[in-house]
Design a protein around this ligand. Structure first.
Ligand code: BG6
Length: 472
C-alpha cells in the first residue's frame, strides 16, 4: 500500500445535504424522486407534486450539520472526503450566466472545514442532480446545448475551488444508462424522462451519452488549463459480468455484455470509441451527432485516473438473453454467491477481478470511490450499533483490493466506501438501507432526531486507516 493512500468515504450532495430550496438552490432531478423500496422503483414526478414524499428534500440535513459530520470523519482519520457539488446550488436553473453566490459560499465553508482536518475534498461535478430546468426547457442531455451549460458550471467551480480541491470526477456512474429500459437511470444520468418501452430509448441514450462524453473531455482539458495540478477522473459503475458456464456461447455473451457496459471508459480513457461501438452504430443504422471537433475533444480530454464504484457482480447465460445484454433484468443469480437483503450479490473476488480488468484495458491509476453493504441496522438500548456484517463485507473487499495492489501490481490511489454516514438511498429513497460508519437517526418516512451515533464499524475503520490497512 502506498503511504499516500487515500482512505476516506463517499457521499453525494443530493443524498445528504437536504436544504433543497435554501439559499437560492434550484430544484434538481433528485428533488423529483419519490421514496420506494426493494423491488419498487422510485417515481420521477413532473415537478414537485403535492402529497408526494421526496426524501432528498431533507436528506440528513448535512447542509446545516456538516461541521459535526466532518469532525466525525476526521476522528476516523479520513484523508479524503468524496462528495458532489449540487449543480443547481451554483446554477439554480442551469442556463444562467451568473452563479448563485450563496451556493458557492456553502462549498467554501464545507471545503474549509475538511481542510481544517487535513481531509482533501474529492469532488464529483455531476452526481444524479442536474438542474430540473435543463430537463424541462432543453430535454436534458439529448440537447447539445447542455455541453455549454455544463462547461460553464465546471469552469465556475474549478476556478473558485482551485486552491481547495485537487481531485475531481466528471459524471457519476456515466454507464448506468446502458440499461436504457430503466426510467431511473435515464433520468439520473441524462435527464431523459422516457416511458420504459420508448422505441427511441437506446438511440436517445447513445446521443445523450455522447454529449456527456464530450462535455467530460472538454471539462478535463479546461480543468488542466485552470490548474495543471488537478487530477480529473471519470467515474464508472463497475459490475463485472460473468458467464454462467464454460460454454463458448456464454463466454462470448459475457464479453459482449462487458463491451456494452464499459465502452464509456474506453472513450474517456483512450479518447475514442472502440471499434465494436462504431460497428454497432452502423449495424443498427444509428447516426448520432458526432462531429470531427467532438472526436478531437475526446482525444484531448482523456482522464488522469479512473474512478469506479464496485458493489457486486452480474452473471449471464447466452440462452437466457432475449437478444443482447441490456441490464440487470437479463442477469441470473450466481450459484456461488450470496446476496444482500436488497438482492445485490456479495463478491469480494469480483473487486480484484475488476481492478485487474480495468488495469489491463486502460493502464491508468484506479480510485475505488464507492463500495459497501446496504443493510438494516439495529440500535441497542445503550445506543450501540453492532454492524459486524458491514465490517465483514468491507474487510473482505479491502483484502481483495490489497491482493490486486500487492500481488497483481495494480495502481490503486485510494478507497472511499459509500455512504460513510447514513444517507438517503439513491435507488430506493430509503433511509433504512444504511451504509454508514455513522448512524443517523431517521426512518423511511423522514421521522427521527437526526442525531449521529458511532457504529462498531466506525472504530474498526479508524484502526484500518491508522494502520494503513494492516489491521483489518
Ligand atoms: C451508486 C451511486 O449507484 O450506488 C450512489 O453512485 C448510490 O449514489 C450507491 O447511493 C448505492 O446505491 P443505493 O441504491 O443502495 O443507494
Amino acid at each position: 500500500m502506498r503511504n499516500d493512500f487515500l482512505w476516506g468515504g463517499a457521499v453525494a450532495a443530493h443524498q445528504l445535504e437536504g436544504a433543497w430550496n435554501v439559499d437560492g438552490k434550484g430544484p434538481s432531478i433528485a428533488d423529483m424522486m419519490t421514496a420506494a423500496k426493494h423491488g419498487v422503483e422510485r417515481q420521477i414526478t413532473e415537478g414537485v407534486q403535492p402529497g408526494q414524499y421526496y426524501p432528498n428534500h431533507h436528506g440528513i440535513d448535512f447542509y446545516h450539520q456538516y461541521p459535526t459530520d466532518i469532525k466525525l470523519m476526521a476522528e476516523m482519520g479520513f484523508k479524503t472526503f468524496r462528495t458532489s457539488i449540487a449543480w443547481s446550488r451554483i446554477f439554480p436553473k442551469g442556463d444562467e450566466t451568473e452563479p448563485n453566490e450563496a451556493g458557492l459560499a456553502f462549498y467554501d465553508r464545507l471545503f474549509a472545514e475538511c481542510l481544517k482536518y487535513g481531509i482533501q475534498p474529492m469532488i464529483t461535478l455531476s452526481h444524479f442532480e442536474m438542474p430540473y430546468h435543463l430537463i424541462e426547457a432543453y430535454g436534458g442531455w439529448r440537447n447539445r446545448k447542455l455541453i455549454g451549460f455544463f462547461l460553464h458550471y465546471s469552469e465556475t467551480v474549478f476556478k473558485r475551488y482551485q486552491h481547495q480541491v485537487n481531485y475531481w470526477m466528471t459524471f457519476n456512474e456515466i454507464n448506468n444508462q446502458t440499461d436504457y429500459t430503466k426510467a431511473f437511470f435515464m433520468a439520473t444520468n441524462s435527464g431523459l424522462l422516457l416511458k420504459p418501452d420508448d422505441p427511441e430509448a437506446e438511440a436517445l441514450m447513445l446521443q445523450a451519452a455522447h454529449y456527456e462524453l464530450v462535455a467530460s473531455a472538454l471539462a478535463v482539458k479546461l480543468g488542466h488549463q485552470i490548474n495543471p495540478e488537478f487530477k480529473i477522473g471519470n467515474m464508472i459503475n463497475m459490475t463485472p459480468i460473468y458467464p454462467l458456464t464454460a460454454k463458448p456461447q456464454d463466454i462470448l455473451a459475457a464479453q459482449q455484455a462487458m463491451q456494452t457496459r464499459y465502452w464509456f471508459a474506453d472513450v474517456q480513457t483512450l479518447g475514442e470509441y472502440p471499434s465494436y461501438m462504431e460497428a454497432y452504430f452502423k449495424r443498427h443504422n444509428y447516426r448520432p451527432d458526432i462531429t470531427t471537433a467532438d472526436r478531437e475533444a475526446l482525444v484531448a480530454g482523456t482522464v488522469d485516473y479512473i474512478g469506479l464504484s464496485y458493489y457486486n457482480s452480474f452473471t449471464i447465460q447466452a440462452d437466457e438473453l432475449p437478444t443482447h445484454f441490456i441490464g440487470e433484468a437479463e442477469t441470473i443469480p450466481n450459484p456461488y454467491l450470496k446476496a444482500s437483503d436488497w438482492g445485490w450479490s456479495v463478491d469480494p473476488t469480483g473487486l480484484r477481478y475488476s481492478l485487474n480488468w480495468l488495469n489491463d484495458h486502460y493502464h491508468k491509476p484506479l480510485m475505488i470511490v464507492e463500495n459497501g453493504l446496504g443493510a438494516v441496522d439495529q440500535v441497542t438500548a445503550d445506543d450501540q450499533i453492532h454492524d459486524e456484517y458491514r465490517i465483514a463485507y468491507l474487510r473482505a473487499h479491502i483484502q481483495a483490493m490489497q491482493a490486486a495492489i500487492d500481488l497483481d501490481g495494480v495502481d490503486v490511489m485510494g478507497y472511499t466506501p459509500w455512504g460513510c454516514i447514513d444517507l438517503i438511498s439513491a435507488g430506493t429513497g430509503q433511509m433504512s438501507k444504511r451504509y454508514g460508519f455513522i448512524y443517523v437517526d431517521q426512518d423511511d418516512q423522514g421521522h427521527g432526531s437526526l442525531r449521529r451515533l458511532k457504529k462498531d464499524s466506525f472504530y474498526w475503520y479508524q484502526r484500518v486507516i491508522a494502520t494503513n490497512g494492516q489491521k483489518l
